[in-house]
Design a protein around this ligand. Structure first.
Ligand code: ATP
Length: 225
């Protein structure tokens, strides 16, 4: 369970987040949208424990939280396989299970043939898939996605979004995914939060691309209510 209560955080004089209340329960899949600079990444970093609020509280009792960033952040001096192995070892996976787990996840993101490659030899999309495999292989129960697919082509973006949502459904993990395209979250999330002006508001989940459904609905109720 992730529980934010009256959470506020400022960088300088202006609060980025101001009096946030949010509950995320196991199995919930949440999209986060909002204008650039509104505080979406800050919200995820607070959830991951990388930042602490100035006031209020952020309580994360999910035992395994993983945050996937916009950039892959692979260790450049280790092979793709080693990048996963190191994370799995640090995550407490028993040594005799690491190779099988790593191979299964590299296959799921179609990188089985790139296991021995260096991160510098990968395309942007391949590197991002490796970073995602590294996160999912740890079987997180809270997966935080900070626009990790934004630089990828739309088809791959949709595939990887589906993979995350399927994995979350299969394992009962909670997922929070930032996106600049609300319609991309259709079918992947149960709730959408819009971050703006330091606050979050719940917003209807679109049913598909804008040409397939009505335009995104206006905010209708406060989040956490
Ligand atoms: N470590 C930091 N130090 C100072 N200011 C910061 C820091 N991190 C974020 N900010 C500021 O806080 C605000 C919110 O940043 P954040 O990255 O959370 O926005 P965002 O909604 O994720 O934006 P984008 O959609 O452009 O990624 C911005 O004005 C940013 O400049």
């Amino acid at each position: 369970m992730l529980e934010m209560r009256d959470l506020s955080l400022a960088f300088g004089p202006r609060p980025v987040l101001d009096g946030i209340r949010l509950d995320v329960r196991p199995g919930e899949r949440i999209g986060v949208i909002g204008p650039s600079g509104a505080g979406k990444s800050t919200l995820l970093r607070l959830a991951a424990g990388l930042l602490h609020p100035d006031s209020g509280s952020c309580r994360n009792t999910f035992p395994r939280t993983r945050l996937v960033f916009q950039e892959p952040r692979l260790l450049p001096w280790r092979s793709v396989a080693d990048n996963l192995d190191i994370a799995l070892r640090a995550g407490g996976v028993p040594g005799d299970r690491i190779a099988a787990r790593r191979d299964r996840w590299l296959a799921r993101v179609e990188l089985a043939d790139a296991a021995r490659a260096w991160p510098g030899e990968l395309s942007g999309g391949m590197a991002q898939r490796a970073a995602l495999a590294r996160a999912l292989a740890l079987e997180p129960d809270l997966l935080l996605l900070d626009e990790p697919f934004s630089a990828l082509d739309p088809a791959l973006r949709a595939d990887l979004g589906r993979l995350c949502a399927e994995q979350a459904r299969a394992t009962g993990a909670a997922l929070i995914c930032i996106s600049h395209q609300p319609w991309e979250l259709a079918g992947l999330v149960d709730r959408i939060l819009c971050v703006a002006g330091g606050r979050i508001r719940e917003q209807a989940v679109p049913s598909g691309r804008p040409d397939e459904s009505a335009a995104e609905a206006p905010p209708d109720r406060p989040a956490g209510a």
